[in-house]
Design a protein around this ligand. Structure first.
Ligand code: MD3
Ligand code: FE
Length: 214
């Protein structure tokens, strides 16, 4: 049978706007290995519900790995090289995360992307991430690579202004999105997760965002 996917690991590319592309199925072949690596990180740095500066408990549970990780508390949002729950450095970034992110970014036209931080988000049914921008990273010229695992979600994104019209994009198991260039500061969020069961994650969606924070 012909090679349906050409030189891609699996899947196809879906440009969504200048600077952003969905690489459908790009992480599929590595999904179980990625989830095993997530479990190893979580054993060192358990998922927790962070609190926003306004005092709201986030419904998405988070942890991370790398040289530093994004955190939120009553004092604000920032990257910290220490896990505030343990007082220890974040777990090292698995080589698999770095390799996947570099390959995906390269495919999207951002050669040489080397992430130093990975935020890991865990969604249960009903959990959502409200509209926000990612702008706590030092160099906003560097893209963010996102990897979706487990249950599907409806992702939404707008533009630079908070009230720009929103578009919805379904993101499923194994999909990777690269956000760079003019899309890097676009507002985005995740609609409440629908109940379901996935063979690899059960009743969960896991999202990895690979970033260069410093
Ligand atoms: C668009 N996570 O962790 S990933 C986040 O599915 C975050 O857990 C979502 O937003 C999730 O900050 C969405 C897709 C994503 C990530 C970063 C972006 C989209 C982006 C940065 C700029 C524009
Ligand atoms: Fe974000």
């Amino acid at each position: 049978m012909a090679d349906l996917f050409g030189d891609q690991p699996q899947g196809w590319d879906e440009p969504i706007c200048p600077g952003a592309v969905v690489l459908r199925g790009f992480a599929l072949a590595r999904a179980q290995a990625l989830l095993d690596a997530v479990a190893a990180v979580v054993a060192q740095a358990p998922f927790r519900h962070m609190v926003t500066p306004g005092g709201q408990r986030m419904s998405v549970a988070m942890t991370g790995c790398g040289d530093c990780c994004w955190i939120s508390d009553r004092r604000g949002y920032r990257y910290d090289d220490v896990d505030p729950d343990s007082g220890r450095p974040w777990p090292a970034m698995p080589a698999l995360f770095r390799a996947l992110a570099e390959e995906a970014a390269g495919r999207a036209g951002f050669a040489g992307f080397v992430p130093d931080a990975c935020l890991i988000n865990r969604y249960e049914p009903g959990t959502r991430l409200s509209l926000h921008q990612d702008r706590d990273e030092r160099d906003l010229g560097v893209p963010i690579v996102s990897v979706s695992l487990g249950l599907p979600a409806q992702f939404q994104f707008g533009g630079l202004a908070r009230n720009d019209p929103l578009r919805r994009i379904p993101l499923g198991h194994g999909d990777v999105v690269v956000w760079g260039g003019p899309a890097r500061l676009f507002h985005h969020g995740v609609l409440p997760l629908k109940a379901g069961r996935h063979a690899l994650t059960g009743e969960l969606r896991i999202n990895l965002t690979l970033r260069k924070a410093r």
